[in-house]
Design a protein around this ligand. Sequence first.
Ligand code: NAI
Length: 270
Amino acid sequence: MSTPRFHGKTVLVTGAATGIGRAIAVRFASEGANVAINYRDKEGEVADTAAQCRAAYVAAGVEDAAALPFQADVSVEPQVQAMVAAAVERFGRLDVMVNNAGVQTQSPSDETEMAAFDWVLNVNLRGAFLCARAAIRHFLERGGGGVVLNNSSVHEIIPKPQYASYSISKGGMENMTRTLALEYAGRGIRVNAVGPGAIVTPINSSWIDNPALRAQVESHIPMGRAGAPEEIAAVFAFLASDEASYITGQTIFACGGLTLFPEYRGTWAS
Ligand code: NAI
């Protein structure tokens, strides 16, 4: 069996308890990486993720890698610093930081409570910056570069009425991706993002288990279906790998065509 692609590397995935974060953690485990699986409150949140990572190691024939839980609310600076320090101490190094943790709330913008607005910005944008900063500090200190990957959204570029805080956070994430990429390109650090479309995860519980609502959502997607978390995890693995060694500052949209102006499928104006 050939050596798995990420063997000897350590990847930290924030918000790894569920959904896309869990799929990313399992994907990296299946390719031999040590995985620091972040949870916000209780270690039990990532028990399933850890079990799936262990199964992935067995399936890949990897015996000397581990997936371990690390606590941090990504929006709380000392918790992020402690998490990264603990992961570096346990695994000896960090190679890839995946900023996946994210939240959203819905309300007409004129009725939005600022506490809800701040919560979304604090987790999605401030949290991603705090984690990126901690990872970059480590990359600079140990030398040899590293990778920061952000889980953005199609709403990085598509406005989302009634979810202004979410859209704003992902728009900011695009700028963060490009700014950090430019700032550290000369020091071996690549910074990229993935922009998922509608993916079957708990964040979309309002429609994924309701056949009528799901059909309505999927009717807007050019490829005709919602995506699977594993299809997003595959893009993270690519961007973390040496296959993407010349890519930095980019968002790769994995969205079944949602960013292609689907309303223009038919020619309705010329
Ligand atoms: P999810 O709700 O299953 O996952 C979000 C994760 O973030 C949860 O595990 C949660 O515990 C964690 N989290 C929330 N606040 C946190 C905090 N303060 N500190 C640490 N962890 C925290 O939803 P999903 O879909 O897996 O979302 C993951 C990322 O993917 C988010 O950034 C989301 O914006 C993004 N995304 C999801 C899409 C989808 O259709 N599911 C589409 C586009 C982007």
